[in-house]
Design a protein around this ligand. Structure first.
Ligand code: DGY
Length: 322
Protein backbone atom coordinates (compact mmCIF):
# COMPACT_ATOMS: atom_id res chain seq x y z
CA UNK A 1 0.00 0.00 0.00
CA UNK A 2 1.18 3.50 -0.90
CA UNK A 3 2.10 5.85 1.94
CA UNK A 4 -0.21 8.81 2.45
CA UNK A 5 0.81 12.43 1.96
CA UNK A 6 -1.34 15.46 2.64
CA UNK A 7 -0.71 18.94 1.20
CA UNK A 8 -2.32 21.96 2.84
CA UNK A 9 -2.07 23.79 -0.50
CA UNK A 10 -1.25 22.74 -4.00
CA UNK A 11 2.18 22.79 -5.66
CA UNK A 12 3.53 22.84 -9.22
CA UNK A 13 2.37 20.01 -11.52
CA UNK A 14 5.84 18.46 -11.76
CA UNK A 15 5.95 18.17 -7.96
CA UNK A 16 2.45 16.67 -7.74
CA UNK A 17 3.32 14.20 -10.50
CA UNK A 18 6.37 13.04 -8.62
CA UNK A 19 4.45 12.73 -5.37
CA UNK A 20 1.63 10.77 -7.06
CA UNK A 21 4.13 8.20 -8.41
CA UNK A 22 5.10 7.23 -4.89
CA UNK A 23 2.26 8.18 -2.59
CA UNK A 24 -1.44 8.44 -2.22
CA UNK A 25 -1.83 12.21 -2.06
CA UNK A 26 -4.58 14.52 -0.97
CA UNK A 27 -4.55 18.30 -1.46
CA UNK A 28 -6.58 20.66 0.69
CA UNK A 29 -8.52 22.99 -1.57
CA UNK A 30 -10.76 24.84 0.87
CA UNK A 31 -10.18 27.71 3.23
CA UNK A 32 -6.65 29.04 3.59
CA UNK A 33 -4.98 28.57 5.98
CA UNK A 34 -6.45 25.14 6.49
CA UNK A 35 -8.73 25.09 9.55
CA UNK A 36 -7.16 23.32 12.52
CA UNK A 37 -10.12 20.92 12.80
CA UNK A 38 -9.58 19.63 9.25
CA UNK A 39 -5.83 19.38 9.73
CA UNK A 40 -6.26 17.53 13.02
CA UNK A 41 -8.47 14.93 11.40
CA UNK A 42 -6.30 14.54 8.27
CA UNK A 43 -3.06 14.17 10.18
CA UNK A 44 -4.34 11.01 11.87
CA UNK A 45 -4.04 9.01 8.64
CA UNK A 46 -0.93 10.36 6.95
CA UNK A 47 2.78 9.53 6.77
CA UNK A 48 3.93 12.86 5.37
CA UNK A 49 2.71 16.46 5.51
CA UNK A 50 3.52 19.32 3.14
CA UNK A 51 2.62 22.66 4.72
CA UNK A 52 3.00 26.40 4.28
CA UNK A 53 3.96 29.30 6.57
CA UNK A 54 0.40 30.16 7.62
CA UNK A 55 -0.44 26.64 8.81
CA UNK A 56 -0.07 26.26 12.52
CA UNK A 57 1.58 22.88 13.05
CA UNK A 58 1.39 22.97 16.82
CA UNK A 59 1.68 20.32 19.50
CA UNK A 60 -2.02 19.39 19.30
CA UNK A 61 -1.74 18.74 15.56
CA UNK A 62 1.51 16.81 15.81
CA UNK A 63 0.11 14.69 18.66
CA UNK A 64 -2.56 13.34 16.31
CA UNK A 65 -0.02 12.23 13.71
CA UNK A 66 0.34 8.63 14.84
CA UNK A 67 2.03 7.55 11.57
CA UNK A 68 3.56 10.91 10.74
CA UNK A 69 7.23 10.70 9.73
CA UNK A 70 7.89 14.07 8.19
CA UNK A 71 6.66 17.65 8.03
CA UNK A 72 8.00 19.39 4.93
CA UNK A 73 7.35 23.12 4.84
CA UNK A 74 7.38 25.16 1.64
CA UNK A 75 9.31 27.96 3.32
CA UNK A 76 12.58 28.90 4.93
CA UNK A 77 10.76 30.01 8.08
CA UNK A 78 9.55 27.31 10.44
CA UNK A 79 8.14 29.38 13.29
CA UNK A 80 4.71 27.92 12.47
CA UNK A 81 5.88 24.43 13.45
CA UNK A 82 6.50 23.16 16.97
CA UNK A 83 9.87 21.76 15.97
CA UNK A 84 10.83 20.82 19.53
CA UNK A 85 7.78 18.62 19.89
CA UNK A 86 8.25 17.14 16.42
CA UNK A 87 11.80 16.20 17.36
CA UNK A 88 10.58 14.58 20.57
CA UNK A 89 8.17 12.49 18.49
CA UNK A 90 11.01 11.66 16.06
CA UNK A 91 9.24 13.42 13.21
CA UNK A 92 11.58 15.01 10.69
CA UNK A 93 11.06 18.65 9.71
CA UNK A 94 12.30 19.87 6.31
CA UNK A 95 12.49 23.48 5.12
CA UNK A 96 13.72 25.38 2.05
CA UNK A 97 16.64 27.72 2.73
CA UNK A 98 19.37 28.69 0.19
CA UNK A 99 17.18 28.45 -2.92
CA UNK A 100 15.27 31.58 -1.86
CA UNK A 101 18.22 33.58 -0.56
CA UNK A 102 18.79 35.74 -3.66
CA UNK A 103 15.12 36.44 -4.29
CA UNK A 104 14.54 37.52 -0.69
CA UNK A 105 17.69 39.66 -0.53
CA UNK A 106 16.60 41.28 -3.82
CA UNK A 107 13.24 42.04 -2.23
CA UNK A 108 14.82 43.66 0.82
CA UNK A 109 17.02 45.81 -1.40
CA UNK A 110 14.09 46.64 -3.64
CA UNK A 111 12.05 47.89 -0.65
CA UNK A 112 15.07 49.91 0.44
CA UNK A 113 15.47 51.53 -2.98
CA UNK A 114 11.76 52.09 -3.34
CA UNK A 115 11.34 53.89 -0.02
CA UNK A 116 14.59 55.84 -0.50
CA UNK A 117 13.53 57.12 -3.93
CA UNK A 118 9.77 57.25 -3.28
CA UNK A 119 8.96 55.03 -6.25
CA UNK A 120 5.63 53.62 -5.08
CA UNK A 121 4.58 57.01 -3.77
CA UNK A 122 5.30 58.55 -7.19
CA UNK A 123 3.48 55.76 -9.00
CA UNK A 124 0.42 56.37 -6.82
CA UNK A 125 0.56 60.12 -7.43
CA UNK A 126 0.49 59.56 -11.20
CA UNK A 127 -2.25 56.93 -11.13
CA UNK A 128 -4.43 59.17 -8.99
CA UNK A 129 -3.96 62.11 -11.38
CA UNK A 130 -2.19 64.13 -8.69
CA UNK A 131 1.08 64.86 -10.53
CA UNK A 132 1.13 68.64 -10.54
CA UNK A 133 4.70 69.83 -9.94
CA UNK A 134 7.20 69.15 -12.71
CA UNK A 135 10.90 68.77 -11.96
CA UNK A 136 11.19 71.37 -9.19
CA UNK A 137 14.17 71.56 -6.86
CA UNK A 138 12.17 70.10 -4.00
CA UNK A 139 9.61 67.84 -5.64
CA UNK A 140 9.48 64.17 -4.64
CA UNK A 141 13.00 64.35 -3.26
CA UNK A 142 14.43 61.08 -1.99
CA UNK A 143 17.81 60.19 -0.50
CA UNK A 144 21.08 58.80 -1.90
CA UNK A 145 22.29 55.35 -0.97
CA UNK A 146 26.00 55.94 -1.65
CA UNK A 147 27.91 56.51 1.57
CA UNK A 148 24.90 55.74 3.75
CA UNK A 149 25.06 53.09 6.46
CA UNK A 150 23.00 49.95 6.15
CA UNK A 151 22.57 47.99 9.36
CA UNK A 152 21.78 44.32 8.95
CA UNK A 153 20.21 42.50 11.86
CA UNK A 154 21.06 38.85 11.24
CA UNK A 155 23.99 38.25 8.91
CA UNK A 156 22.88 34.78 7.85
CA UNK A 157 22.27 33.65 4.28
CA UNK A 158 19.83 36.40 3.31
CA UNK A 159 21.53 39.13 5.36
CA UNK A 160 24.91 38.31 3.78
CA UNK A 161 23.44 38.38 0.28
CA UNK A 162 21.86 41.74 1.03
CA UNK A 163 25.30 42.96 2.15
CA UNK A 164 26.65 42.11 -1.32
CA UNK A 165 23.87 44.18 -2.92
CA UNK A 166 24.61 47.09 -0.54
CA UNK A 167 28.34 46.91 -1.28
CA UNK A 168 27.66 47.31 -4.99
CA UNK A 169 25.81 50.53 -4.13
CA UNK A 170 28.80 51.85 -2.14
CA UNK A 171 27.01 51.71 1.18
CA UNK A 172 28.76 51.27 4.53
CA UNK A 173 27.70 47.98 6.07
CA UNK A 174 27.36 47.15 9.76
CA UNK A 175 25.65 44.13 11.28
CA UNK A 176 24.57 42.56 14.51
CA UNK A 177 24.24 38.84 15.23
CA UNK A 178 24.13 36.79 18.39
CA UNK A 179 27.75 35.95 17.51
CA UNK A 180 30.02 37.78 15.06
CA UNK A 181 30.76 35.93 11.81
CA UNK A 182 34.35 34.99 10.94
CA UNK A 183 36.84 37.75 10.19
CA UNK A 184 37.25 36.43 6.65
CA UNK A 185 33.49 36.66 6.04
CA UNK A 186 33.45 40.18 7.47
CA UNK A 187 36.29 41.08 5.11
CA UNK A 188 34.61 39.50 2.12
CA UNK A 189 31.37 41.39 2.75
CA UNK A 190 33.14 44.57 3.83
CA UNK A 191 31.08 44.67 6.99
CA UNK A 192 31.68 45.41 10.65
CA UNK A 193 30.14 43.78 13.74
CA UNK A 194 28.47 46.24 16.12
CA UNK A 195 26.33 45.95 19.25
CA UNK A 196 22.53 46.01 18.82
CA UNK A 197 22.54 49.49 20.35
CA UNK A 198 25.03 50.76 17.76
CA UNK A 199 23.14 49.05 14.97
CA UNK A 200 19.93 50.89 15.76
CA UNK A 201 21.55 54.26 16.43
CA UNK A 202 23.99 54.31 13.50
CA UNK A 203 21.93 52.85 10.64
CA UNK A 204 20.45 54.99 7.91
CA UNK A 205 18.71 51.86 6.64
CA UNK A 206 18.06 48.96 8.99
CA UNK A 207 17.10 45.62 7.48
CA UNK A 208 15.74 42.80 9.65
CA UNK A 209 16.78 39.21 8.92
CA UNK A 210 16.06 37.31 12.11
CA UNK A 211 13.42 34.63 12.71
CA UNK A 212 10.44 35.25 14.97
CA UNK A 213 11.29 33.80 18.38
CA UNK A 214 10.54 34.68 22.01
CA UNK A 215 13.62 36.92 21.95
CA UNK A 216 12.72 38.78 18.75
CA UNK A 217 8.98 39.14 19.42
CA UNK A 218 8.08 42.89 18.96
CA UNK A 219 11.79 43.65 19.28
CA UNK A 220 11.21 46.78 17.21
CA UNK A 221 8.97 48.99 19.30
CA UNK A 222 8.70 52.66 20.22
CA UNK A 223 11.68 52.45 22.58
CA UNK A 224 13.84 51.36 19.67
CA UNK A 225 12.30 53.75 17.12
CA UNK A 226 13.09 56.66 19.43
CA UNK A 227 16.73 55.61 19.45
CA UNK A 228 16.95 55.31 15.67
CA UNK A 229 17.93 58.27 13.49
CA UNK A 230 15.03 60.51 12.54
CA UNK A 231 16.19 60.03 8.96
CA UNK A 232 16.32 56.23 9.21
CA UNK A 233 14.33 53.69 7.18
CA UNK A 234 13.29 50.27 8.47
CA UNK A 235 13.08 47.27 6.14
CA UNK A 236 11.53 43.92 7.06
CA UNK A 237 11.36 40.77 4.94
CA UNK A 238 11.61 38.28 7.81
CA UNK A 239 8.53 37.96 10.02
CA UNK A 240 5.97 40.65 10.90
CA UNK A 241 5.82 39.77 14.59
CA UNK A 242 9.36 41.11 15.06
CA UNK A 243 7.83 44.60 14.85
CA UNK A 244 5.23 46.25 17.09
CA UNK A 245 3.05 47.52 14.24
CA UNK A 246 1.03 49.97 16.34
CA UNK A 247 4.25 51.63 17.49
CA UNK A 248 5.68 51.68 13.97
CA UNK A 249 2.56 53.35 12.57
CA UNK A 250 2.88 56.10 15.21
CA UNK A 251 6.64 56.43 14.65
CA UNK A 252 6.06 56.90 10.90
CA UNK A 253 3.16 59.31 11.38
CA UNK A 254 5.08 61.45 13.85
CA UNK A 255 8.28 61.16 11.74
CA UNK A 256 10.17 59.61 14.63
CA UNK A 257 11.76 57.59 11.83
CA UNK A 258 11.62 58.51 8.14
CA UNK A 259 10.06 55.52 6.49
CA UNK A 260 9.69 51.77 6.18
CA UNK A 261 9.50 49.00 3.61
CA UNK A 262 7.65 45.89 4.73
CA UNK A 263 6.97 42.57 3.05
CA UNK A 264 5.71 40.81 6.18
CA UNK A 265 3.09 41.64 8.79
CA UNK A 266 1.79 40.55 12.14
CA UNK A 267 -1.47 39.19 10.70
CA UNK A 268 -1.51 38.53 6.97
CA UNK A 269 -3.22 39.59 4.79
CA UNK A 270 -3.45 43.09 6.26
CA UNK A 271 -6.77 44.83 5.78
CA UNK A 272 -7.53 48.10 3.99
CA UNK A 273 -8.12 49.84 7.33
CA UNK A 274 -4.71 48.87 8.74
CA UNK A 275 -2.92 52.02 10.00
CA UNK A 276 -0.02 51.41 7.56
CA UNK A 277 -2.25 51.73 4.52
CA UNK A 278 -2.89 55.46 4.91
CA UNK A 279 0.75 56.41 5.51
CA UNK A 280 2.72 57.81 2.56
CA UNK A 281 6.16 56.98 4.00
CA UNK A 282 5.83 53.20 3.91
CA UNK A 283 6.08 50.70 1.06
CA UNK A 284 4.01 47.55 1.47
CA UNK A 285 4.27 44.26 -0.41
CA UNK A 286 2.18 41.11 0.18
CA UNK A 287 4.80 38.68 1.57
CA UNK A 288 6.47 38.03 -1.78
CA UNK A 289 10.13 37.86 -0.68
CA UNK A 290 10.71 34.49 -2.28
CA UNK A 291 8.08 34.84 -4.94
CA UNK A 292 9.85 34.51 -8.28
CA UNK A 293 9.01 31.83 -10.83
CA UNK A 294 12.44 30.26 -10.59
CA UNK A 295 12.67 30.33 -6.81
CA UNK A 296 9.20 28.94 -6.24
CA UNK A 297 10.04 25.99 -8.56
CA UNK A 298 13.26 25.31 -6.65
CA UNK A 299 11.35 25.50 -3.36
CA UNK A 300 8.89 22.88 -4.66
CA UNK A 301 11.79 20.60 -5.65
CA UNK A 302 13.35 20.87 -2.20
CA UNK A 303 10.01 20.42 -0.44
CA UNK A 304 9.43 17.14 -2.29
CA UNK A 305 13.01 15.94 -1.74
CA UNK A 306 12.77 16.72 1.98
CA UNK A 307 9.49 14.81 2.15
CA UNK A 308 10.91 11.80 0.26
CA UNK A 309 13.82 11.52 2.65
CA UNK A 310 11.91 12.16 5.85
CA UNK A 311 9.10 9.75 5.04
CA UNK A 312 11.70 7.02 4.81
CA UNK A 313 13.23 7.93 8.17
CA UNK A 314 16.14 9.77 6.58
CA UNK A 315 17.38 13.28 7.28
CA UNK A 316 15.90 15.86 4.85
CA UNK A 317 18.38 17.86 2.72
CA UNK A 318 17.50 20.88 4.85
CA UNK A 319 16.46 19.62 8.21
CA UNK A 320 15.45 21.40 11.41
CA UNK A 321 16.89 19.95 14.53
CA UNK A 322 18.03 16.49 13.53
C1 DGY B 1 9.63 31.82 4.00
O1 DGY B 1 10.02 31.00 3.16
O2 DGY B 1 9.62 31.61 5.21
C2 DGY B 1 9.17 33.12 3.46
O3 DGY B 1 8.72 33.97 4.44
C3 DGY B 1 8.16 32.92 2.40
O4 DGY B 1 8.38 33.92 1.45
Amino acid sequence: MKKKVFLTRTLHNFALKELRKKYQIEIHSGKIPIPQTILRSKIKEIDGLICFPYDSINKKIIEEGKNLKVISTYSVGFDHIDTEYAKKKKIRVGFTPEVLTDATADMAFLLLLDIARRVTEGDKIIREGKWKEIYGAFDYVGVDLQGKTIGILGLGRIGSTLAKRAKAFDMKIIYHNRKPVTKSKEKLLDTKYVSFEKLITQSDFLSIHVPHTKETDRLFNMKIFRKMKKTAFLINTSRGKVINEKDLAIALKKKIISGAGLDVFDKEPIKKNHPFVKLPNIVLTPHIGSSTKETRIKMAEITVKNLNLGINGKKPIYSVGY
